[in-house]
Design a protein around this ligand. Structure first.
Ligand SMILES: [Zn+2]
Length: 209
């Protein structure tokens, strides 16, 4: 099963995808992870991505598509996958269509004010990257990671002004994909509000699993 997860930043796509990995046995492919892995592995694509990210720029479509193409060609992706964070634009969706077919596009619907609450409460461990939430998933000790005691901080893009920019970008660039895939008949919309396990349950029911 080849799935694309769509939804605004903070819709919980990554969390639901991680839960669905166990339930469906498909790899969770996130472009954020692909960028970080390419940089870490020092591949030629990774070196380009590193320069772009260091200068604060957006990774151009051709590079992103190339990374996705490589990843979808790996053995564990042969039986399907969950793509999260890609495609973000209609040109990316057109490029993906040349690489692979898609069975279902799952749109996680979450209102803006809920997104702002989710993202602005998010905290990340400076040493291991584990994500917490001040209300929904607090660490045992305030400000410190449960695993390694690392300092928890708010990422710049989880600050309120940045969240607004991310939502505006989503509305302008990514939300049009909802109509685009809708016309192709592969779209399903899931209520993304509530506990991740409840959202996963709605998603599993919608795909008949
Ligand atoms: Zn940690």
């Amino acid at each position: 099963m080849k799935l694309i997860f769509l939804g605004p930043p903070g819709a919980g796509k990554g969390t639901i995808a991680d839960l669905a990995v166990g339930a469906l046995g498909l790899p969770h492919i996130s472009t954020g992870d692909l960028f970080r892995a390419a940089v870490k592995n020092g591949t030629s694509l990774g070196l380009k991505v590193k320069d772009i990210m260091a200068s604060g720029g957006l990774v151009p479509d051709e590079l992103t598509i190339e990374l996705v193409r490589e990843r979808l060609g790996q053995a564990d992706a042969a039986g399907g996958w969950i793509l999260d964070g890609f495609p973000r634009t209609i040109p990316q969706a057109e490029a993906l269509g040349k690489i692979a077919g898609v069975d279902k596009v799952v749109n996680f619907d979450v209102a803006d004010e809920i997104v702002v609450g989710r993202l602005s409460g998010r905290r990340v461990c400076r040493s291991c990257g584990k994500i917490y939430h001040v209300a929904n998933m607090p660490p045992k000790k305030e400000g410190a990671c449960d695993i390694d005691g690392g300092e928890l901080y708010t990422r710049d893009d989880d600050k309120e002004a940045a969240i607004k920019v991310r939502l505006d970008t989503y509305r302008a660039q990514t939300a049009p994909l909802i109509d685009w895939y809708g016309k192709k008949g592969s779209l399903m919309t899931i209520d993304g509000v509530g506990d991740p396990k409840a959202v996963l349950g709605r998603f599993m029911a919608a795909i008949g699993r």
